[in-house]
Design a protein. Structure first.
Length: 139
């Protein structure tokens, strides 16, 4: 009876809730409106799993995985920053505008299909000043 009263006070009609039970290593998800619940286990993370393998073995295995996973070869990768010359004040800080372009040309090893991907963005920058440091500390 006490549990039902507490649930009605905490969970309003139509809302969901969770109870995390660490000793039982489980999460109880409740739907108060439907009066249903589900129990999910909490899985432990094995930190020492990769510590049994030496670093050289681990590095060589990861390199082999990278080689075997991808059938895409990068032909050209270009990263360019261009000063547009535009200046303006942003939040009372003198700023300068730059355009950043990242261009990647690739080829599929299996099908010999080629493609180009690009990412372009405009960035307003300002020099680090004492006023900017104070504004960051305030934030």
């Amino acid at each position: 009876m006490l549990g039902g009263t507490v649930a009605k006070l905490i969970l309003k009609s139509g809302e969901e809730g969770e109870i995390i039970d660490l000793p039982a290593m489980s999460i109880l998800k409740m739907d108060h409106k439907k009066k249903e619940y589900e129990v999910f286990p909490i899985e432990k993370i094995d930190i020492n799993k990769s510590s049994n393998v030496s670093e050289s073995e681990n590095t060589s295995e990861s390199k082999e995985e990278e080689k075997s996973k991808s059938d895409i070869r990068i032909i050209r990768s270009e990263f360019k920053v261009t000063d547009t010359g535009e200046e303006q004040k942003v939040n009372n800080f003198p700023c300068r505008k730059y355009n950043i372009l990242w261009l990647t040309e690739w080829e599929s090893i299996n099908s010999e299909q080629k493609g180009t991907d690009s990412l372009s963005t405009d960035v307003w920058t300002t020099k680090t000043t004492t006023d900017l440091k104070q504004a960051q500390e305030t934030e």
